[in-house]
Ligand binder design. Structure first.
Ligand SMILES: [Cu+2]
Length: 393
């Protein structure tokens, strides 16, 4: 498991030619070229007509100006069918082309293919969360939201992705210039946007480091920006979309699921965040819907006795491993005084094995009396794990 910093690239690293900075960025998605074509058509039609129209306005303005007071105006022709038809019909055709061509290109962006892989995007002040369909989430990046550094969002080349987006607070906007896509993100509403990248592979998966690495450090993936001014750190809501080959993408997905090398306490916090535990449990003693985890471990739980599922080695009336495991897996067996029963849903089958241990260790580390012990035990567990893997190799 790589540390967080290996997934972060600073935004300044991109090396573009002056033309790409001035005009369009490279085409990063399958509909970038059609978007550019429509844009170029509208641009050149406007540019070409601008010159004769403005030229004639100025020219006639000079030619037909009134130069003397009392001068009588020349009589002008009242009607010219050929001229009037040509200046009505020609622009009408040119604009109809604009409309139908643009509408077609717009529709192709609007409707995602049925096999598009969903990624759930949550924008917030000031950062992004990306939740992949298989459960992997970039929630870990929350801590770095305030940094001028950005998360990497790996995608597979040649595969359509559908971003299902919402906001936790104000209006944001998902904008990837190289893909020619932008869509606003609202609180209490979902907006959808899709893309498929071109064949260019920007990143590979480094198996030793277990991280996604840019092939060309000067072109590390595609910029993602927030394009809706959303507060004072708006400019830091950035990210990079990294394209991987199908093989590397699968390796990356697998590696993300493997949490074996993470210290139990650290892992516990990640598991808790991923499962939304902090919505109801604080870690600093403050009041929320559920009991705080601060100094929970080792505290008294009056009237609690272990249910059959976790009876082994649990001490009645004391919040230790047995009590915590029971509360996670069978939350309706018991509620502490002052808390209602039935408030929490079970995590049976969702948090298990080492990840379940990890949550226990994390909660233990939040108790003043047990923190040092938890740290020692977690370090020992990691060391043992490492020596076992070395033994295997
Ligand atoms: Cu924003």
């Amino acid at each position: 498991m790589a540390s967080l910093s290996t997934h972060i690239v600073t935004l300044g690293a991109e090396n573009l030619s002056w033309w790409e900075r001035f005009w369009f960025r490279e085409s990063g998605s399958t509909f970038a070229d059609s978007t550019d074509a429509v844009y170029n058509y509208i641009f050149w039609v406007s540019a070409i007509f601008f010159i004769p129209i403005v030229g004639m306005v100025i020219g006639f303005g000079i030619k037909y100006r009134r130069s003397k007071v009392g001068e009588v105006a020349e009589v002008s022709p009242s009607h010219n069918t050929a001229l009037e038809l040509s200046w009505s019909v020609t622009p009408a055709i040119l604009m109809a082309i604009m409309f139908f061509w643009g509408f077609k290109a717009y529709l192709s962006k609007l409707v995602a293919p049925v096999d598009a892989e969903p990624i759930y995007v949550t924008a917030y002040q000031w950062g992004w969360n990306f939740d992949y369909a298989d459960g992997y989430s970039t929630n870990e990046f929350e801590e770095i939201a305030a940094n001028p550094e950005s998360p990497i969002i790996p995608v597979q080349v040649g595969k359509p992705y559908k971003m299902i987006m919402t906001s936790r607070d104000v209006i944001h906007s998902f904008y990837v210039p190289a893909f020619r896509i932008k869509r606003d993100i609202f609180p209490n509403r979902y907006t959808v946007l899709w893309f498929e990248t071109t064949d260019r592979i920007t990143h590979y998966f480094d198996e030793d480091d277990k991280s996604v690495v840019a092939i060309d450090p000067d072109r590390p993936g595609y910029y993602l920006f927030c394009a809706e001014y959303c507060g004072d750190q708006h400019s830091q809501m950035a990210g990079r979309i990294a394209t991987l080959s199908p093989e590397d993408y699968n390796k990356w997905l697998e590696a993300r699921k493997d949490t074996s090398g993470i210290n139990l306490i650290e892992l516990g916090e990640l598991v808790a965040r991923k499962n939304g535990c902090f919505q109801c449990h604080s870690v600093d003693g403050s009041a929320k819907q559920g009991p705080t985890w601060e100094n929970l471990y080792g505290s008294e739980v009056p009237g609690w006795s272990p249910s059959a599922a976790v009876a082994e080695g649990a001490t009645p009336g004391v919040a230790e491993r047995g009590y915590i495991v029971e509360s996670i897996l069978y939350p309706n067996e018991y509620a502490r005084p002052g808390f209602a029963i039935g408030q929490m849903s079970s995590f049976l089958g969702q948090i298990e094995g080492r990840e379940l241990d990890a949550v226990v260790f994390y909660i233990k580390s939040l108790s003043g009396d047990f923190a040092a012990q938890a740290e020692q035990e977690a370090a020992a567990e990691l060391e043992q794990q490492l020596s076992e893997t070395e033994g295997d190799g």
